[in-house]
Design a protein around this ligand. Structure first.
Ligand SMILES: [Zn+2]
Length: 881
């Protein structure tokens, strides 16, 4: 799954796990007794769309490995009407539901003998608007704009039990065969192809083929008035499915899937195992993408690309998300983590593999450098690795592998550490072991565990076998303890000594930790990259010529920071022109992190910016845009802010002038993205020239949409929205109401939320209480006001006053992070205390981690602001001399 991460900083407990064992069903954590396992489910679901209810029945072939007196499986918010075992109906009082533990217990009249048996159940449940279990999605149909309803499911991690009673833990693999009844003009989609279809009184009955052995959370069912386009690649039928009238916008996704599938067929050494792969665009429900085997669901804007209206950034995001979800078809679906404590294995791996595949086919995107800089100006969240490293430096971080006791904890495991640190560590490991050796290890791993489960230990064993290196030993500190190191380099002529310590931000008295670090380095101006495993606290680099400049962490591929002594740093500053882009971006990231960590004055970072070679490299400029954005939001409205904005514009404006408003012929797609990024940034920094130009172009766009390139629309609307008056705000609102494209809608509503005029910001907040936006998006609007209007206080006051109504629009996971998420734009210590007090009496215990993260962020911002203001003032004064 790729969660839609709204406002994440990282959290958690400091736990160290014991080295784990290879997968064994009997020793896998979980609540369900292991003496009974399901083999085959035959499930029948009949939705009643008018009542938002469904009726269900199932027969499950089970196997008992020991004599038992009761069956224990999962069920949540289902009514169980009847149960029978081996054809004998059980009295109603033998059925016990335990909603707190999400369990269904069936007492058996006689001891069930070892061997196979058949359990039959009849049940019913609700179809809800929340993206958990079985949900409905109201949407506007393309063209006519008629209001329609589609149905879908979302089960990871533990919501299949809301659809049918089941052994809903990942190691209880089974085959699933679904039958359903839907209106005749509806398309029904599940994991497998349709086996048979025939007319019945209330519509048509559709029977799907049985799946291979898989985990319950990978089931999917989507139905509605849907269209499909299709192709074939390497014998697999590939379809893109969308609501009527939109399927043609799936053309780019269809072609990309064909390319990606064949790449993975080769990489994993096992061809895609199902007869078909559907990529399904859903118009609401939940906001992410989910790797259901054979039927992947995507929030519409992550799959559909309208060449006339969509931006290059959308195109790139679509490719990356497809590459991520499709990687899961092997890593996650064919081989599944044993339990949620190994979620990183699924997500870190799919993130890494998706990036590798995306980079392979799209070198011009500079994926490793720029990945996940979300270029939508209102969702800029920083380079993937940087976001993870920032969270991982805090007191609220956790180890990649963390104990997961129950469903609620499984839900909160989907975070930056799991996805991004996981990916970053795998990339470092791949470059240390070598690309081919690493791939051979992965092939061994897939071959050994296909149609089964695994643990991290199984992956390390396969990689050790392929490489002959002690992978588990190297990996342990990276996956089993929190945080990461900073390597300090000291130079005395030919002698270069290294030492390591834990790198932290706003975390006094952090427990000291050590890592085995695959350190890489090179002599600036020479091609050869040296590498060595730093195993202790100190180390030396051998054979370095005295007067040559040394750069550590080649290409920034390692998951550690570097702090140079003064003479080494000065030497690097003098040699910037000889470094490649990756290494320059790495120096920018490291020096900005050193400033945040209070290891350096902000002048270290700003001096580096000043010394960079002239140019308009996207990744380099975006790193600067992100840091400036952070500083800008930190400073209160006072002369420091104005002076800083002026200084920041003086750095960014020349790059924009070099690019100009109009695309050059045959320019790189990166230039187009950078242009959009700079427009939003300069507007946000109060650049009057850009603001005026955006207003002019927007007026023209309203009359003649073709006049504004799709790549620039989000940024131009955003700047217009921030500076809107009543008239332009209403114009944006009308455009948002009218469009049926979720991507366009997003642009317009993001723009509305950015309005600096407090009266308009208040109007934007009110929209979150209406049904103008898909349910899953309404709450985001409040967060956007907090972030972009400059009035986080307005957003919080509104949220506090309407908390109940707002939380009804989200699921438990969203509810845990909503209130804390609104605080992270405050930088006054008193707000941290306010949140703590509010949480105590208003928020559930399950939101504790999110609260702790937000409190840490507010406290950090407060301290950072105090430190930064005099440093900035001094730096700017020095520039004016
Ligand atoms: Zn995923």
């Amino acid at each position: 799954m790729r969660v839609s991460v709204a406002l994440t900083v990282s959290f958690a407990l400091l736990t160290t796990m014991d080295a784990e064992n290879p997968y064994e069903f009997a020793n896998t954590p979980g609540k369900l007794p292991k003496q009974v396992v399901p083999l085959e489910y035959s499930i029948r679901i009949i939705p009643d769309v008018a009542k938002f209810m469904f009726a269900g029945s199932e027969t499950v072939k089970i196997k008992a490995t020991a004599p038992i007196r009761e069956l224990v499986l999962n069920s949540l918010e289902l009514d169980i009407a009847k149960a029978s075992i081996d054809g004998i109906q059980l009295p109603p009082d033998t059925i016990k539901l335990d909603p707190n533990n999400e369990l269904l217990t069936i007492a058996l009249p006689n001891e069930l003998k070892v061997g196979e048996h058949s359990l039959a159940l009849e049940f019913s449940g609700k179809i809800t608007p929340k993206g958990r279990g079985f949900y409905y999605m109201p949407y506007q149909e393309e063209g006519a704009g008629a209001k329609k309803i589609a149905l879908g499911t979302q089960f990871e991690p533990s919501d299949a039990r809301r659809f049918f009673p089941c052994w809903d833990e990942p190691s209880f693999r089974a085959r699933f065969q679904l039958t359903t009844v839907v209106p005749e003009n509806w398309l029904a989609v599940s994991n497998m192809p349709i086996e048979s279809e025939h007319k019945v009184a209330i519509g048509k009955e559709v029977r799907f083929q049985a799946t291979p052995s898989m985990s319950s959370y990978l089931n999917v069912f989507v139905t509605g008035e849907l269209d499909a386009i299709e192709t074939k690649a390497a014998g697999t039928q590939i379809r893109v499915i969308a609501t009527k009238g939109k399927a043609e916008w799936g053309r780019y996704a269809l072609e990309s899937t064909a390319q990606i599938l064949q790449y993975y067929n080769d990489y994993f050494g096992v061809p895609y195992p199902l007869p078909k792969l559907d990529q399904i665009a859903i118009p609401g429900g939940f906001g992410g993408a989910m790797e259901n085997w054979g039927g992947i669901t995507y929030y519409e804007s992550a799959l559909l690309f309208d060449p006339k209206k969509s931006s290059a950034a959308t195109r790139q995001r679509i490719y990356e998300v497809i590459a991520h979800e499709t990687a899961h078809q092997w890593f996650g679906d064919l081989v599944t983590m044993a339990w949620w404590d190994n979620l990183w294995l699924n997500e870190g791996f799919a993130s890494w593999m998706g990036s590798k595949c995306t980079a392979h086919f799209n070198p011009e995107w500079e994926v490793w450098l720029a990945k996940n800089i979300q270029r939508d100006p209102t969702r800029r969240t920083g380079i993937a690795k940087e976001v993870a490293m920032e969270g991982d430096a805090r007191s609220t971080t956790h180890a990649i592998q963390q104990p997961v006791a129950n469903e609620a904890e499984a839900n909160s495991a989907f975070d930056d550490i799991t996805y991004r640190k996981g990916q970053s560590f795998l990339r470092m490991l791949e470059s240390f072991l070598g690309e081919n050796v690493f791939r051979d290890g992965i092939r061994r791993y897939i071959a050994a565990h296909k149609y089964s489960n695994s643990t991290t230990a199984d992956l390390w064993n396969a990689l050790s076998d392929a490489s002959g290196k002690p992978v588990a030993e190297i990996a342990a500190a990276w996956t089993e303890q929190p945080g990461f190191p900073v390597v300090m380099m000291k130079r005395d002529g030919e002698k270069i000594s290294l030492s390591q310590e834990r790198f932290t931000i706003n975390f006094a008295n952090a427990p000291a930790l050590l890592w085995k670090i695959p350190v890489t380095y090179f002599v600036v101006g020479e091609k050869k990259i040296e590498s060595r495993l730093m195993t202790g606290k100190i180390d030396n680099l051998p054979n370095v010529v005295a007067n040559r400049v040394i750069k550590l962490n080649a290409n920034g591929a390692g998951n550690y920071r570097v702090q140079y002594d003064e003479s080494s740093w000065k030497a690097l500053l003098g040699a910037l022109a000889k470094l490649n882009l990756e290494d320059r971006v790495n120096l920018l990231s490291d020096s900005w992190a050193l400033v945040q960590a209070n290891r350096a004055d902000v002048s270290l970072y700003l001096e580096l910016i000043g010394k960079l070679p002239r140019g308009h490299e996207l990744a380099e400029r975006d790193q600067i845009v992100n840091a400036f954005d952070y500083i800008n939001r930190l400073l209160p409205d006072n002369p420091t802010r104005e002076k800083f904005q002026e200084y920041a514009r003086s750095i960014l404006q020349p790059t924009f002038d070099e690019l100009g408003w109009e695309p050059k012929k045959n320019e790189s797609p990166r230039d187009s993205l950078l242009r959009a990024s700079l427009i939003a940034a300069l507007g946000d920094l109060n650049g009057q020239e850009i603001i005026a130009a955006c207003k002019k172009r927007f007026e023209k766009f309203v009359v003649d949409p073709v006049s504004l390139a799709p790549d620039l629309r989000a940024s131009v609307c955003f700047v217009v929205g921030q500076n809107a008056d009543d008239a332009s705000w209403n114009q944006l609102h009308d455009l948002g109401l009218k469009t049926t494209s979720i991507e366009e809608k997003q642009n317009y509503y993001d723009a509305l939320a950015g309005a600096r005029d407090p009266k308009l910001a208040a109007k934007a907040l009110q929209i979150s209480l209406t049904d103008e936006l898909p349910t899953s998006r309404a709450l985001h609007l409040v967060g956007k006001v907090a972030r972009y209007s400059g009035h986080p206080d307005l957003a919080w006051d509104f949220a506090k006053a309407n908390m109940k109504a707002l939380l009804e629009k989200t699921d438990a996971v969203g509810a845990n992070s909503f209130a804390p998420g609104l605080f992270v734009f405050f930088s006054e210590k008193a707000r941290a205390d306010e949140l703590k007090t509010y949480a105590k009496s208003n928020l559930p215990a399950a939101s504790a981690k999110e609260v702790a993260k937000a409190v840490d962020e507010v406290e950090f911002r407060a301290a950072f602001k105090q430190r930064l203001m005099p440093q900035l003032t001094a730096w700017i004064a020095k520039q004016e001399l």
